[in-house]
Design a protein around this ligand. Structure first.
Ligand code: NAD
Length: 501
């Protein structure tokens, strides 16, 4: 047994043990053992934290943008210095291997780098002489207290997507991370404090539905940024907007990789193995569906894919030789395995079955071997729904149009990729496909931090994306000032601007 830790809330710059009397278990997915307990906040604990954030935000908003940016610069430096410790902690709670955990932190850090440019990003607009002696200018101001509600699968990157931009804009933040792997979000808040963020401006409050509902019903929360599964995303969006909040709520995914006959198949196979099985398939931008165009393409794909899959070794997430680790929980393991059974029952061909994997010494870990299905069709429930595990489904198509229609008609529209050497086909595909993020020979097309992240259809509710300028827009409100300083002859004229003539 590993020694047990208590993961407390982080409120007003310090650890705050929960008072609700409710706790969640944090498992080590490698062993199936409980390694820590996390406090689950009650409504009154959440309301108190929001009150603290509200008070702290007033002074933070007065700190000039350049100084706020300096906190971000310092935080980035601290992230780099603490990378190894953070990655190992993330890995032992989530189950992704340490190299993946570093990628998780790195991608979040890139949003912090973006947020370092906040003085430039917050510059408003100015029109001189909109009328006689009249100037018009607009400025972006923070919203106040905003909430970040995040999923288990990127416990560093997704919190940083949100609090990086929100804090730089002058807001205070309540971060409600996943209760499955909450330790890294707390460490991030501690490092923000060390970087110079005033107490109470970033608070981490753990919890489940009760904590989320308290956020959604509190009038002092002005905006909610959520990432998680689609049903919860829709719920958060509906309840948050009904309470007149600004809400962006990203949901699930089922991303397709279309493989054209002219694609470089060696490259495709390498990319598919990484993007379908990496991080045990628990990425919202994974490619769990491969759509080879033409029978010959499908045969070549399977021929090259199978030996690669044989070499895929899941293992303990701290083992440097493991390609991927366990899935996050026993319940999730059972869910993924039930989808594999569903695929079999629906008539898909299970070429490689990863169920029943037992690793020596880690018999109670939540490991699933790589699984591969062929002859999956669009009417199958196991295709229509998100599995979120190391399972790749091959859906064969005859034409590019048919392949594109599969992605376009799917309920989810997060990401999609096309593999081809034909620039024109790729260009048309990228233009027409009904999906939010497209990769051309790029298997996981997560946009860089200064662009913006967001899916379509049931992959996102609300009309704004994460990070990039969209993030700045989401976490600020615009104020427009029309000012008149008449002098000389102009002073004697009635107030007039051109559109009033
Ligand atoms: P989840 O929906 O179970 O949890 C997300 C958050 O919602 C957590 O903080 C959780 O505590 C909270 N929550 C859970 N149940 C709730 C309820 N009934 N009421 C209110 N709040 C509740 O998601 P997860 O399992 O942590 O994460 C995996 C999901 O997230 C997958 O569906 C994945 O595709 C999705 N995801 C999407 C993106 C994206 O950008 N589109 C990115 C990463 C993950």
């Amino acid at each position: 047994m590993t020694a047990q830790r208590d993961v407390h809330h982080f409120i007003n710059g310090k650890a705050a043990p929960g008072t609700s009397g409710r706790f969640g278990d944090i498992y080590d997915p490698n062993t199936g053992e409980v390694q820590a307990k996390v406090s689950l906040a009650s409504k009154s604990e959440m309301d108190q934290a929001i009150e603290i954030a509200k008070n702290a935000q007033v002074a933070w908003a007065q700190v000039n943008p350049q100084r706020r940016a300096r906190v971000m610069f310092k935080f980035k430096q601290l992230l780099e210095e603490n990378m190894d410790e953070l990655a190992r902690l993330l890995s032992i709670e989530h189950g992704k291997v340490v190299a993946d955990a570093k990628g998780d932190i790195q991608r979040g850090m890139e949003v912090i780098e973006f947020a370092c440019g906040i003085p430039h990003l917050l510059k408003g607009e100015f029109t001189e002489g909109a009328g006689p002696g009249i100037d018009v200018y607009s400025m972006r101001q923070p919203l106040g207290v905003v909430a970040a509600i995040t999923p288990f699968n990127f416990p560093a990157m997704i919190p940083m997507w949100m609090f990086g931009v929100a804090l730089a804009c002058g807001n205070a933040v309540i971060l409600k991370p996943s209760e499955k792997d909450p330790s890294v979000p707390v460490r991030l808040a501690e490092l923000m404090l060390e970087a110079g963020l005033p107490e109470g401006v970033l608070n981490v409050v753990h919890g489940d539905k009760e904590a989320v509902d308290a956020i959604l019903d509190n009038d002092d929360i002005k905006a909610v940024s959520f990432v998680g599964s689609s049903d919860i995303a829709h719920y958060v969006y509906s309840r948050g907007t009904a309470n007149a909040k600004r809400v962006q709520a990203m949901g699930g995914a089922k991303n397709h990789g279309v493989i054209m006959p002219d694609a470089d198949m060696d490259q495709v196979v390498k990319d598919l193995v990484g993007s379908a099985y990496g991080s045990a398939g628990e990425r919202c931008m994974a490619l769990p569906v491969a759509v080879p165009v033409g029978e010959g393409t499908a045969e070549r794909l399977i021929e090259k894919l199978l030996p690669e899959i044989e070499n895929l070794v899941p293992g303990h997430s701290h083992d440097p030789d493991a390609i991927y680790g366990p899935v996050v929980s026993q319940a999730h393991k059972e869910k993924v395995e039930s989808y594999i059974q569903m695929g079999v029952d629906e008539g898909a061909t299970l070429i490689k079955d990863g169920r029943g994997l037992k690793l020596q010494g880690l018999e109670n870990g939540y490991f699933i071997g790589p699984s591969l299905f062929d002859n999956v069709t669009a009417d199958m429930q196991s295709y229509r729904e998100e599995i979120f595990g190391p399972v790749l489904q091959i859906v064969r198509a005859n034409e590019l149009e048919e392949a594109a229609a599969l992605a376009s008609n799917h309920q989810y529209g997060n990401g999609v990729a096309i593999f081809t050497r034909n620039g024109l086909a790729a260009r048309e595909f990228a233009s027409k496909v009904n999906v939010g993020m497209v990769g051309v020979n790029v298997p996981i097309p997560v946009p860089v931090a200064y662009h913006t992240f967001g899916g379509w259809k049931r992959s996102a509710f609300g009309d704004s994306n994460q990070h990039g300028f969209e993030g700045v827009r989401f976490f600020t409100k615009i104020k427009t000032v029309t000012s008149r300083w008449p002098s000389g002859e102009v002073a004697d004229q009635a107030f007039i601007i051109p559109t009033m003539q």
